[in-house]
Ligand binder design. Structure first.
Ligand code: BES
Ligand code: MN
Ligand code: ZN
Length: 501
């Protein structure tokens, strides 16, 4: 499937279909209007039949349009003019692709360049959103060992650019979109794998492959349990050490060719390949979804792919904290006291609060790279899902500037986050009579308590924490990874690289 950008003469193009928009109350977009005039009012004459109003996502197909060489014209409802948000546009693209998938169309021209996106209104954002939207609507989970693959794809998608001067912006947008899409797709693919395939070792092997593919810019170190022991990562080992699938921490070091600002950014992902809860075992209903407990690591992996594809001028340390939280006679227990890599001791009150244990040692480990800022991404708490539901990720920061930068990237990409407070008032929740900290609080404010726990280990740098427990995957019979928050992280990095638009 190929994308190209072109300044089209719409009536003269040979293609299976041209996609143009219609706003509410039957107002034709510029491109639609143009085709209507070329065909001496053919489109408006048929609109009088009343089959479409222009509401978001409505579709109607026209055939045999006089004086138009394309085989078909698809009119897609855009809703109210001038109030199209990024998420409306995503919906419009989704509806369009769902419709096209049912046809035999193999190539089409998308002429929606006249849409004004609220906030981000120019060609860069339009093209990027359209390309990412098309790709995400076409994403399919690959079934394990499936012999016949019936993946629906198009051959050629042409994006019409109305103003010739905007072609260069479109080209940049397309390049960025393809790299971001590769990141998102890689994240989804690895997250969707079953936990008997996607083990900590598997994660580390995928990380190593990045060093082969992007050998100019990426070096990967894999820390196994032996090395973890030397490093005194006892909290990480307590969680991961009881599984036959031993823990592996993959350290992906990306170094761009011209690191303009000499900035080092660390991204740390929770990579629990299966979370049974351990001795504090989870209820069996939906426990299978805990294969997605490595979504943070998968997001870091995907984001580094984007960075390498675009050769971002930054230094990025991406860490996949891979391990499995499962039972054996070797399992850690409620009551155990662990000495973390930082030297702080933790009393375990619940072995299901394992993510923070794996992360606290990784967050101490990352100090050796003297990062300017660290972002961890984790499916950390069910409480975050209770608080924010499934469309917004929870987020915390110990630095105002970093917080603003993340919120800005979130607004630009429509990958939604909401800041929750990191106040010292919550710290008493983690009191332990026998250790420096306990690993859970009382039953209230669970997402904040978890972030508070982590904040004890992030004093050396600017830090933000994204709790993606509600946003990383969709449940139900068609369960699957959403690829979030890869676009947000990519945008944050593009902004840091000062190559954003
Ligand atoms: N991986 C889970 C969090 C989770 C739960 C993510 C449901 C997505 C959906 C995490 O390791 C966990 O089990 N957290 C516990 C913490 C509790 C024991 C303090 C939770 O949220 O119940
Ligand atoms: Mn857990
Ligand atoms: Zn977990």
């Amino acid at each position: 499937m190929k994308f190209i950008l072109k300044h089209c003469h719409l009536e003269k193009e040979y293609t299976d279909c041209i996609i143009v928009g219609i706003f509410e109350s039957l107002q034709l977009s510029r491109s639609a209007n143009y085709l209507d005039s070329s065909s001496n009012g053919y489109i408006t004459s048929l609109l009088k039949l009343g089959d479409i109003k222009g509401n978001i996502g409505e579709t109607i197909m026209f055939y045999n349009i006089p004086n138009v060489t394309a085989q078909r014209v698809l009119l897609i409802g855009l809703g109210k003019k001038n109030t199209i948000t990024q998420s409306n546009l995503n919906l419009i693209i989704k509806k369009t692709i769902t419709f096209l998938k049912k046809t035999s169309i193999k190539n089409f021209i998308c002429s929606l360049d006249e849409i004004n996106i609220e906030n981000n209104h120019h060609t860069y954002w339009l093209i990027r959103t359209i390309v990412l939207g098309i790709q995400s609507s076409l994403y399919q989970i690959s079934k394990i060992n499936q012999t016949t693959k019936k993946h629906i794809n198009f051959d050629l998608i042409t994006l019409n650019i109305l103003k010739k001067n905007d072609l260069y912006l479109g080209e940049i947008a397309l390049k960025h979109a393809l790299a971001i899409n590769l990141g998102i797709t890689s994240t989804k693919n690895i997250s969707n794998l079953p936990p008997n395939i996607c083990t900590p070792l598997y994660l580390s092997n995928q990380a190593k492959k990045l060093a082969d593919k992007y050998s100019d810019n990426i070096v990967v170190d894999v820390i196994d349990i032996k090395e973890m022991k030397k490093l005194k990562m006892n909290a990480y080992i307590a969680v991961g050490g009881s599984s036959k699938n031993q823990p592996f921490m993959s350290v992906i070091k990306y170094s761009g060719n011209n690191n303009i600002n000499n900035i080092t950014i660390a991204l740390v992902g929770k990579g629990v390949t299966f979370d049974s809860g351990g001795i504090s075992i989870k209820p069996s209903t939906n426990m299978h979804e805990m294969k997605y407990d490595m979504s943070g690591a998968a997001a870091v992996y995907g984001t580094l792919i984007m960075a390498a594809e675009l050769q971002l001028p930054l230094k990025i340390i991406g860490i996949l904290s891979g391990c499995e939280n499962i039972l054996s006679s070797n399992a850690f227990r409620p009551g155990d006291v662990l000495k973390t890599m930082s030297g702080k001791t933790v009393e375990i009150l619940n072995t299901d609060a394992e993510g923070r244990l794996v992360l606290c040692d990784t967050l101490t480990y990352v100090e050796r790279f003297s990062p300017n800022l660290v972002i961890d991404i984790a499916t950390l708490t069910g409480a975050c899902v209770v608080a924010l539901g499934e469309c917004v990720s929870g987020f915390f920061a110990n630095d105002e500037e970093l917080s603003k930068q993340l919120q800005h990237a979130s607004k630009e990409t429509d990958d939604k986050i909401w800041r929750l407070p990191l106040l010292k008032e919550y710290e008493t929740n983690l009191y332990s009579s026998i250790a420096d900290l306990s690993n859970i609080g009382n039953s209230k404010a669970g997402a904040i308590t978890a972030a508070c726990f982590l904040s004890n280990f992030t004093k050396q740098y600017k830090w933000a924490h994204l709790d993606i427990a509600g946003t990383a995957w969709e449940s139900g019979k068609d369960k699957g990874s959403t690829g979030r928050p890869v676009e947000l992280l990519c945008q944050f990095l593009l902004n840091q690289s000062k190559i954003s638009y």
